[in-house]
Design a protein around this ligand. Structure first.
Ligand code: HEM
Length: 441
């Protein structure tokens, strides 16, 4: 049950550029707001020409340019002048270590360029301990194993309804017709909110920032927050037994949450659980569409779905977060200074120093840490819910549409960036009147 790097599309390797070229480059002068001169402590051999929002080839395979950077960076640490100038670590052990080390690497800014990160603070994702702790306790309680268990029948129902709407058609654009609907439906159920009130929320993978660097009239986070605010105020006043009430009601240590804190923590949960799930669902289905042997094994052995989902999450990580360096320190023999930004790409699970044959999807691979959900105090509190949504989708989809493929004339499209997004996935199959689902709604 293996698939190799032949599934990749080859793109040009990230070019190394000299500091002189960086400072004088027309391309960089054209985007001065996001580019920087190379500081004197950055060794010239560390400088690369990598713009994480414009990785060559990411439209076809968002992981490939990152993997090429990892393979072409023996030191495991590079510096790029794009997006304000920042470091990038490429080795899995450094990615996991930096995620977990909030004392040396702060979450006060988690997006580059830093001006964008500063413009969109969101508690608790941009807090460090100790301020982060009381918020985190609420997140853990609101997304506990018991909450996820109780949500499973509804997740299954939503998945079955969405599949049944398209099954007899024999084709679908998976992202818009299935993946976008599931996580929003799950959130609305958990939060006990009406389905029709959520129309008008920002769409999947909508860019928070225009190509010229300006923001839209109402920034995306404000649109989510604006939708949630009245519900949050209501739940603070009259708490019920739902996700938002668990996040916002009652005292936190010795005080109530302010209204803004309550809106922000709710917004973090809503936004954290939408595009991430859409993209992960799409990447998994694209892989299974291309690999019938893997698909058929899941149909023959449904108990393999759980480890298979974990393995595909390792193989198809999506988040590229950043940290603000708090102290001068040495990484891989290079001085990294306080106040600089360091980017953690989706490369831990793809590192051959950590995993044998990491590009191969092997459902029998022993589980191992891989940073797909981050690491340390900010590790994703929605990991369990994510796994449930992905597992239930596979279970119900494969029971109803066991054989499917990607439309050969309409290949998937992707996008790099903070969230690696699978934008479109055209699937087709032979419609079957009858099916034998293993479970019922
Ligand atoms: C496959 C799906 C998902 C992936 C790959 C993912 C990935 C991540 C990662 C890498 C982080 C850490 C960010 C950092 O340290 O800067 C994170 C944090 C977070 N995620 Fe997820 N996530 C997923 C699904 C979800 C879901 C379903 C929810 C909620 C329902 C959620 C809510 C959050 C929140 C609130 C945080 C911030 C936690 C904190 O700051 O303590 N995520 N996620």
């Amino acid at each position: 049950m293996r698939v190799g790097p032949e599934n990749y599309i080859v793109v040009r390797a990230p070019a190394r550029i000299s500091p002189e070229r960086v400072v004088g480059s027309t391309m960089l002068r054209n985007s001065m707001t996001r580019s920087a001169a190379v500081p004197s402590h950055v060794p010239p051999e560390c400088v690369v020409d990598v713009d994480l929002y414009r990785m060559p080839g990411a439209e076809q395979d968002l992981h490939f340019p990152w993997k090429q950077l990892q393979d072409s960076s023996p030191r495991g640490l590079v510096w790029t002048p794009h997006n304000g100038g920042h470091w990038i670590v490429t080795r899995g052990r450094d990615i996991a270590r930096i995620y977990a080390d909030h004392e040396n690497f702060s979450s006060h800014i988690t997006i580059v360029p830093r001006q964008w990160g500063e413009r969109f603070p969101l508690r608790p994702t941009t807090l460090d301990p100790p301020e982060h702790r009381p918020f985190r306790r609420r997140l853990n309680a609101a997304l506990s194993p018991a909450v996820v268990r109780s949500a499973q029948p509804r997740i299954r129902k939503l998945a079955i309804e969405a599949i049944e709407r398209i099954r007899m058609r024999g084709r679908c654009e998976f992202v818009s017709e299935f993946a976008e609907q599931l996580p929003l439906g799950v959130f609305l159920h958990l939060a006990d909110l009406p389905v029709d009130g959520a129309t008008g929320l920002p769409g999947y993978a909508e860019d928070p920032i225009r190509a010229d660097g300006s923001t839209t009239d109402v920034p995306i986070m404000d649109r989510f927050a604006g939708y949630l605010r009245p519900h949050v105020i209501e739940r603070q006043r009259h708490p019920g037994d739902d996700l938002i009430s668990r996040l916002v009601a009652g005292a936190m240590d010795d005080r109530e949450l302010t209204e803004d804190e309550a809106v922000e923590i709710s917004t973090a949960v809503l936004t954290g659980g939408l595009d991430t799930i859409v993209s992960s669902l799409g990447l998994m289905m694209a892989f299974l569409a291309r690999n019938p042997a893997h698909r058929r094994r899941l149909i023959a052995e449904p108990a393999t779905i759980r480890p298979a989902v974990a393995e595909m999450l390792r193989r198809f990580p999506i988040m590229t977060k950043a940290r603000l360096v708090t102290r001068d320190q040495d990484i891989e023999g290079v001085t990294v200074k306080a106040g600089e930004m360091i980017v953690l790409p989706p490369l831990h699970g793809l590192d051959d120093h950590e995993f044998d044959d990491p590009l191969t999807v092997d459902f029998d691979r022993p589980p191992a840490p891989n940073s797909t959900f981050g690491n340390g105090v900010h590790r994703c509190p929605g990991a369990l819910l994510s796994q449930a949504e992905l597992e239930i989708t596979l279970d119900e989809w494969l029971a109803r549409i066991p054989e499917f493929e990607i439309d050969p004339v309409r290949p998937p499209t992707m996008k790099g960036g903070v969230l690696g997004a699978l934008l479109t996935l055209e699937l087709r199959w032979e419609p079957m009147a009858a099916h034998s689902p293993r479970s019922t709604a």
